[in-house]
Design a protein around this ligand. Structure first.
Ligand SMILES: [Ca+2]
Length: 383
């Protein structure tokens, strides 16, 4: 072999090694669809504009594995989720139970609300926590009522005291029982009541159905309520099931409509929201119109929460989560369309993630083998 042939072979071998090296490097590069960098790619999600109303359907499946976690499964007819310190508590509508979710996702009975009677949409509905009290809203054989219990113990050993009724005699029915309770930034307890299948009562200021009520933590009428001596804060509601406040103290409520329009309202003291005289947005001097409306088949909103400039609404029939940016209250983005079925409640967990509570086992959904579930979503998912 002469020198010329040797150097040719050497060049060939070096070229081969370089080529193999390049191929190996190329094989180890992440493909486009699996790249974590896709999280920051605004074109990654499939977005469709719905021309009927300003709802944008958002699909961000590529983020799911890192951003979404199943907290617990196989809940029976859950309705409300709240936190006592960092302990998640859930009401089960049809079996009178309040349960805590342990860190490993298992469920433990905290106590039973013996007077609660499941009936249609009624039963054990809303929960709220204030200091070391757990507040409940539920349907009995003769009324809807608000009660409270003292919570004691810690994660894994939580228990409730004897019950104290703080408000009773609210009209009840199979449908339209309202049932969401939340403490406002003013330290008062706000309670949504449905029209209890008596639409005219929503305009009647002598009865408490079809209203949003404002109570002291003991259940008394606050001195500064808009109507002296009355628990009524706002009226003309059909079946509101969500309330929340932004950091400016503006109050919002989601409301289930009849056949036409579900509503998102800004709630102010003594306003009349129109039911049953108007439904949805209508120009009148007498009634306050919603800031956004949806066809009832698309939404049927229940739980509502606020975080960092955005409202989050749990949709039942819509099988989705609506996200509304305060910079444009007239449009919304739709998340998880059809992925988890009906969604009943939504809240911000102590770790800052968003938790949603599905609602497929109450007789109106098509439960999967793991329903109902709580799903935790990293809040950055919605950026
Ligand atoms: Ca209305």
């Amino acid at each position: 072999m002469n020198n010329h042939t040797r150097s040719k072979i050497l060049i060939f071998v070096i070229t081969l090694i370089v080529l193999i090296g390049l191929i190996i490097i190329a094989m180890n590069l992440p493909s486009n669809s699996e790249s974590p960098n896709n999280n920051n790619n605004p074109n990654n999600g499939v977005s469709n504009s719905n021309s009927n109303n300003n709802n944008e359907i958002v699909d961000e499946n590529n983020n799911d594995q890192e951003m979404i976690r199943v907290v617990t499964t196989n809940l029976e007819s859950p309705w409300s989720i709240v936190f006592y310190a960092d302990i998640p508590l859930v009401s089960l509508r049809d079996n009178q139970e309040i349960i805590e979710i342990l860190e490993d996702g298992s469920q433990r009975l905290v106590g039973k609300v013996e007077q609660a009677v499941p009936r249609g949409e009624g039963g054990l509905l809303g929960l709220a926590v204030y200091d070391n009290f757990l507040y409940t809203y539920y349907t009995t054989a003769r009324d809807n009522r608000v009660t409270r219990f003292v919570l004691s113990g810690t994660n894994g050993s939580l228990s409730i005291s004897d019950e104290e009724v703080i408000l009773e005699g609210l009209p009840n029915a199979s449908n339209h029982n309202g049932g969401r309770i939340h403490f406002g930034p003013d330290g008062m307890l706000y309670v949504t009541t449905g029209d209890a299948a008596n639409p005219q009562s929503s305009q009647d200021l002598s009865v408490l159905s079809g209203k949003i009520l404002r109570l002291t933590p003991e259940g008394d009428v606050p001195d500064d309520n808009p109507i002296r001596g009355s628990l009524i804060y706002s009226f003309g509601h059909r079946n509101p099931q969500g309330i929340t406040w932004d950091e400016e103290g503006v109050m919002y409520s989601s409301e289930l409509g009849q056949n036409t329009w579900d509503e998102l309202n800004v709630i102010e003291a003594n306003n009349n929201y129109g039911w049953p005289l108007i439904e949805g947005i209508e120009e009148t001097n007498e009634f306050v119109s919603p800031i956004q409306q949806w066809a009832t088949s698309e939404a049927s909103p229940s739980g509502l929460t606020y975080h960092d400039g955005k409202l989050f609404i749990a949709n039942l029939r819509g099988n989705s989560l609506s996200v509304i940016n305060l910079t444009d209250l007239t449009s919304s983005e739709i998340y998880f369309k059809g992925e988890y079925g009906r969604i009943r409640d939504v809240t911000i967990a102590p770790d800052g993630s968003l938790w949603i509570l599905t609602n497929n086992t109450d007789g109106r959904g098509s439960p999967s083998s793991t329903d109902d579930q709580i799903i935790a979503i990293n809040i950055d998912y919605f950026k």
